[in-house]
Design a protein around this ligand. Structure first.
Ligand SMILES: *Cc1c(COP(=O)(O)O)cnc(C)c1O
Length: 507
């Protein structure tokens, strides 16, 4: 391992092959593709057993170091400790595993500052990025653009606020995020942060950001002021690599708790939007994680369920706004990394799928490729009623309170078990605190609950706490006392203008 150097290539095959610092500093490859590792480092069962009893910091450094071979041990440790050992998570385990019943455990990924799983990656990614910029000798300042369906925005703001050499600009759908999410972003402090509500849905905004990224004129204009664009979205390998770590950590905890015997294959169930979280699970499986199936859970925006079941990715469908808004996505950008693998690393094929998607809104993989997908994944989707029913039922059966995203995953697991008869021990990834979605959760646990008109989001936090005897995350309670700073709502056509303004760049 010592002299092994991991290199990264583009899914579209027309960009330079680079070490991790370059992949992270650039975000997207020059040919428009995503950076992927040339091979998977292996983690053997003895390595996982050695993680038992270790801290999250040690586990994360071990797993991430296998990809970031151009970072020194000290550089890596500084990043990992800065993220996971400085009191920014309200659990010492960072990502605790909770056994809910004899064959189902929940991996809680929401103990960070913003109460959603994005903190797991976004507390460390800015540190990896600034180190990467220094290592690659980049002289420019980085303008981070973020399109968010709710959780990424706040987690990126917390991660990048006042990080030297960076500016961060976040766009969210003005009517597509929860009240708490809006309040979290609107109260963000930091000299280098800007936040805008946009009239449009997440896909509109993601496209807006992509258009700005690929606009050469824009790039030249900001370069004159010493800026280059980069992304904190999960297309950046620096977002993906920290996520691989918690799959191994969860498995080590499963051994520690006696939930799994060493080597026993477990299912992992992932509430999926942009396909980042579950792809990290697939990478972990390829590296040697004892995983049977990765269960891809979707809400009514069930494009991934259809894709995994049929091999046809068809975005020509209605977009639904659901109570699990972080999964209201029709274009899952990280799927491109899976396509690269299941085509047997054929960049021409990946390019043709992406072109078809852009032009016709649909593409289809062949049967051999689909078979490879089925080797790793099972997919199910869950509607709004089922989501609510699950939250209420699991709370009343086990006293375990979960948010709507987690409920979509839990119910998808139940569907998998019903359909296949396979009751393998499974780990459900929980991606948000139930307190981020108080109104949905309250209406799920109380049949007659009606949101009072104009109810303050903070009142709902207290009500949920009272009704369930659980505690709200302190950072959410603190929102009440913070002044609202960012109130701008713009048209989607004006995003580029907003970027120039935020960076103080004049005509
Ligand atoms: C971002 C997010 C997801 C989706 O994760 P992907 O990596 O985009 O698939 C699911 N749940 C919550 C709460 C999220 O914030």
């Amino acid at each position: 391992m010592v002299n092994f150097k991991m290199l990264f290539e583009s899914t579209r095959g027309k960009a330079d092959i680079v070490p991790s610092a370059h992949a992270i500093a650039r975000g997207l490859a020059d040919d428009g593709g995503l950076f992927v590792p040339q091979s998977f480092p292996s983690v053997r069962l003895v390595d996982i057993k050695a993680m038992v009893g270790k801290s999250y910091v040690e586990r994360a450094a071990d797993v991430m170091g296998r990809y970031l071979t151009d970072f020194t041990g000290d550089e890596l440790m500084e990043c990992v400790e800065g993220a996971y050992r400085t009191g920014k998570f309200d659990s010492l385990k960072i990502a605790p595993l909770r056994e809910v019943n004899y064959n189902t455990a929940v991996l809680e990924l929401w103990h960070g500052l913003t109460a959603a799983f994005k903190d797991m990656a976004l507390q460390i990614m800015p540190r990896l990025l600034t180190k990467s910029m220094a290592k690659t000798g980049a002289l420019y300042k980085t303008a981070i653009l973020v399109a968010t369906s709710g959780d990424t925005g706040k987690a990126a703001l917390e991660g990048f606020a006042d990080v030297p050499g960076t500016d961060i600009i976040v766009f969210y759908p003005a009517d597509g995020v929860s009240e708490i999410q809006k309040r979290q972003m609107a109260t963000q402090k930091g000299k280098n942060v800007s936040v805008f509500g946009v009239k449009g849905n997440f896909d509109d905004i993601q496209k807006g950001v992509k258009d700005i990224f690929s606009d050469k004129e824009m790039a030249e204009r900001i370069a004159k002021d010493g800026y280059a664009f980069s992304s904190a979205n999960s297309i950046n390998f620096g977002r993906l690599v920290p996520q691989i770590a918690y799959y191994f950590s969860a498995y080590a905890d499963a051994i520690e708790k006696g939930f799994a015997k060493p080597g026993e294959l477990l299912n992992f169930v992932v509430p999926t939007g942009n396909f980042g979280n579950i792809l990290a699970g697939y990478y972990a499986k390829e590296m040697g994680l004892p995983a049977a199936r990765l269960i891809c859970a979707s809400n009514s925006n069930n494009i991934l369920t259809d894709f995994i079941n049929t091999g046809v990715y068809d975005r020509r469908r209605e977009f639904y706004r659901t109570m699990s808004p972080s999964m209201d996505i029709l274009i899952s950008s990280n799927l491109e990394r899976l396509l690269y693998l299941v085509t047997g690393k054929k960049p021409e094929r990946v390019r043709s799928f992406m072109e078809k998607l852009a032009e016709d809104g649909v593409y289809e993989i062949n049967s051999e490729e689909l078979e490879k997908v089925h080797g790793g994944f099972f997919a199910a989707w869950v509607d709004e009623l089922e989501t609510k029913e699950t939250i209420g039922r699991i709370f009343s059966d086990y006293g375990y309170l979960m948010d709507p995203h987690t409920a979509v995953a839990w119910r998808s697991l139940e569907k998998y078990r019903l359909l296949t008869g396979d009751d393998t021990c499974s780990i459900v990834l929980s991606t948000a605190s139930p307190y981020k979605f108080c109104d949905s959760v309250l209406s799920a646990i109380e049949r007659d609950w009606k949101e009072k008109d104009g109810a303050e989001p903070m009142e709902l936090l207290r009500e949920l706490s009272q009704k369930t005897g659980t505690k709200a995350p302190l950072n959410l309670l603190a929102l009440e006392r913070l002044p609202v700073i960012h109130t701008g709502v713009i048209e989607k056509e004006d995003m580029a203008q907003a970027v120039l303004q935020s960076l103080n760049i004049k005509e």
